[in-house]
Design a protein around this ligand. Structure first.
Ligand SMILES: *Cc1c(COP(=O)(O)O)cnc(C)c1O
Length: 378
């Protein structure tokens, strides 16, 4: 059996080596390192794939969130609603811009923003809602957009973990995750479902004026060369990364299919177990399995760490995404974070464990992993 990795970036590279090496060398030979043609080509190809009007590339997924919030012209003290159960980038940029993060609860099955909790958190100061499509599963966007539209609040979808996901509306239509809200953001961090060989990110929108603002803010607030209309930042997707992403985008759907197949294999092995709870898949979307995350449905405090150590001992990598939710981070103490009571978030935080998930896992590896997880409980 091949060694098991949490994420495998080498195997696909070996398959695509010739094509990728040529694309990288072409950029070096052209010396168009910044804003070279592959950057425009990739933005266009991604816009076509997502069926969205504008894709604005930037340096990483954290910048994408920050620039999106800057483009909405939020003012210090404005409230931004986000789940507490997410990667720190989502909530950190809120505080960085001197806005107030307001943490809400997640759904116990999907790990995604709980719409009732969202509804209750809205105040006259709420100026943005940031749902996070965690682990590859879409939030309930139809319900979220309904709440947002009732109050006329813009929505920024943090789609860093779910690029390629589909959301199904009750009228039978569907949209790609990240293209439903006012702005969508993503990350091309290498381990993401569509990763570069370094950092990268992008924002999506169907709004022409917003697209112009996002582009301007990502480029020093510049409207025309050396004329700066608003305070911006310097956030670019470099040409070499765009050239690589152009190739990797062509393999995204195939890679998602392989992730789903791996998830099916795991979930089949864990079905009907009294403690191991495989990921719930809501009918309103196609889960693209950035992570395969189990809930250990038990109140035994040491259970998860013990299973983690057991698996590590069998050379099965595993991770806890995320051990500390936003409302328990020291960073947010000055935002009154410690006063939050988010029972579901705390419950999940203590019980989640993620297994290896990537398109290169073979049946032998998947079976070995599943067998060992089950063996631990026997
Ligand atoms: C990875 C990630 C980000 C940040 O992306 P970077 O490119 O690392 O800055 C933001 N939000 C979520 C949910 C992520 O998983």
């Amino acid at each position: 059996m091949r060694a098991i990795q949490m994420v495998d970036l080498k195997t696909e590279y070996q398959r695509l080596k010739k094509e990728i090496d040529t694309a990288v060398i072409d950029v070096i030979e052209s010396a168009a390192f910044i804003n070279g043609k592959p950057v425009q080509d990739f933005s266009k190809a991604l816009a076509d794939y997502l069926n969205v009007k504008h894709v604005i590339p930037c340096a990483n997924g954290t910048d994408a969130l920050q620039i999106a919030m800057m483009a909405l012209d939020l003012q210090p003290g404005d409230e931004v609603i986000t789940p507490s159960f997410t990667y720190i980038a989502t909530t950190e940029v809120v505080a960085l811009l001197r806005l107030n993060p307001v943490f809400v609860e997640v759904d116990k099955q999907t790990f995604n923003i709980d719409v009732e909790s969202l509804r209750k958190a809205i105040t006259p100061k709420t100026k943005a809602i940031v749902p996070v499509h965690l682990y590859g599963q879409s939030c309930d966007m139809e319900a979220i957009m309904q709440v947002a539209n009732e109050h006329n609040i813009p929505v920024i979808e943090d789609n860093a973990q779910s690029i390629g996901g589909d959301y199904y509306f009750t009228d039978g239509t569907s949209k790609k995750t990240g293209t439903i809200g006012t702005i969508g953001t993503t990350s091309f961090y290498p381990a993401k479902n569509l990763g570069a060989y370094g950092d990268g990110g992008a924002m999506f929108t169907n709004d022409d004026a917003l697209a112009q603002r996002l582009t301007m803010i990502a480029n020093h607030g510049q409207s025309k060369r050396y004329y700066h209309d608003v305070v911006g930042c310097n956030s670019r997707l470099d040409t070499i990364q765009a050239a690589i992403l152009n190739i990797r985008l062509q393999h995204l759907d195939k890679n998602i299919a392989a992730r789903i197949k791996a998830a099916d294999h795991y979930s089949d092995a864990f079905k009907d177990h009294s403690i191991i709870q495989p990921p719930f898949r809501a009918k309103n979307n196609r889960h693209v399995f950035h992570q395969y995350t189990l809930i250990l449905n038990s109140d035994r405090k040491d259970l998860r760490d013990d299973l983690s150590a057991y698996l590590s001992g069998k050379k099965i990598p595993n991770m806890i995404y995320y051990p500390v939710p936003g409302h328990r981070q020291k960073m947010f103490e000055t935002f009154g974070a410690l006063e939050y009571k988010l029972a579901v978030t705390d419950w999940l935080t203590e019980r989640v464990i993620s297994l290896p998930m990537h398109p290169e896992l073979d049946e032998e590896q998947l079976q070995f992993i599943a067998d060992n997880v089950l063996a631990y409980f026997n």
